[in-house]
Design a protein around this ligand. Structure first.
Ligand code: PEP
Ligand code: MN
Length: 265
C-alpha cells in the first residue's frame, strides 16, 4: 500500500545533508566516563559522523545493567565538545526525551522494543512535537513491516519529519547463525513503500557476533543502504552489554577501509 506521508531526505542538525554512507559508531552502553571518552577519542579521526552510546538500556530481565542514565549524558556532551562528533542515544520515555534534549543530544534513536509499542511511540512523538531533532527508528523486534512503517508514520503525523530507519534484524524462535536474522526483504519493502527513506544498517545487533559483521556490510553495500550503525568498544569482551558483537576501534578502522565499505551506496 503506498503511503500518504511524504518522506523527506534525512538531514543532520543544521540542515546538513548526509554524505553516504552515514557512519554511526560507539559502544552499546555508556559504562564509565573513561570508556566513553577513550572510544570517542579513538573514533574521532576515523570518519565517524555520529557517536552512539546507550544511556538507558532496555533489558529483557530486571536486575541486569540498565544504563548510567543522566550522568552518562554529561559524558556524551563532553564527547561532542571535545571531538566535534554528533551524539545520539536511545530514548524510550517522555522524560528520556526531555533529558536528552536538555543535554544537547543531536539525534535520538528509538529502540526495537519501543518501536513495537504504539503507545510508547505515540508518547515519544507527542513529546517531540515542535522540536527540531532527527530521529532514527529501529525496526520492531518481530518481523512486521507495517509496525515499522506505522511508527515512522506516527512521528511524521506529529510533525517529526526528519527520520531515518535502522535495520537491526528480527527475532525468531529458532536457532540461526544470526542473533536477529536480517530478513532483507523487509527493509527493501520499506524502501519501496516509503520512497526516499534513509535506511541505516546495524550489523552488530543482527549478527550478535563480530565475526559475521563484515559479510553483512558487504550485502548492505550491494543493496545500496544509506549508512551503518556499528558497536565499538575498547575492550569488547568485557563490555557490560552485547560483548560478543562489539569490535575494537582498530577493528572498526580496518573494516571501514575495506572495499565494500568504501563503495557503499
Ligand atoms: C542498542 O542499539 O544498543 C540497542 C539496545 O538496540 P536494539 O533496540 O536494536 O536492541
Ligand atoms: Mn547493543
Amino acid at each position: 500500500m503506498p503511503s500518504d506521508i511524504n518522506i523527506l531526505p534525512f538531514t543532520l542538525p543544521g540542515n546538513v545533508s548526509v554524505k553516504r554512507p552515514l557512519i554511526v559508531a560507539g559502544p552499546c552502553s555508556a559504562e564509565t566516563e573513561k570508556q566513553v571518552l577513550d572510544t570517542a577519542g579513538a573514533l574521532k579521526s576515523m570518519g565517524v559522523d555520529v557517536f552512539r552510546a546507550g544511556v538507558w538500556k532496555p533489558r529483557t530481565r530486571p536486575g541486569d545493567f540498565e544504563g548510567r542514565g543522566l550522568e552518562a549524558l554529561a559524558w556524551l556532551k563532553r564527547v561532542k565538545e571535545e571531538t566535534g562528533m554528533l551524539i545520539t542515544t536511545e530514548v524510550a520515555t517522555e522524560s528520556h526525551v526531555r533529558e536528552a534534549i536538555r543535554n544537547e543530544v543531536d539525534i535520538l534513536w528509538i529502540g526495537t522494543r519501543t518501536t513495537a509499542s504504539p503507545f510508547a511511540v505515540e508518547t515519544i512523538a507527542n513529546a517531540l512535537e515542535g522540536v527540531d531533532i532527527p530521529v532514527m527508528v529501529k525496526n520492531p523486534i518481530h518481523p512486521e513491516l507495517s509496525m515499522w512503517r506505522g511508527a515512522i508514520e506516527r512521528f511524521v503525523k506529529h510533525g517529526v519529519t526528519n527520520i531515518a530507519a535502522v535495520h537491526r534484524g528480527f527475532s525468531i524462535y529458532s536457532k540461526n547463525r544470526f542473533r536477529y536474522p536480517p530478513q532483507w526483504e523487509i527493509p527493501l519493502e520499506l524502501k519501496k513503500q516509503l520512497p526516499g527513506i534513509t535506511i541505516i544498517h546495524d550489523p552488530s545487533h543482527i549478527s550478535g557476533n563480530r565475526k559475521l559483521i563484515y559479510r553483512l556490510i558487504k550485502k548492505a553495500s550491494r543493496l545500496h543502504f544509506d549508512g551503518i550503525m556499528i558497536e565499538v568498544h575498547p575492550k569488547p569482551d568485557v563490555a557490560w552489554t552485547d560483548p560478543r558483537q562489539q569490535i575494537t576501534p582498530e577493528a572498526f578502522n580496518e573494516l571501514i577501509n575495506k572495499k565494500p565499505f568504501r563503495s557503499f551506496c
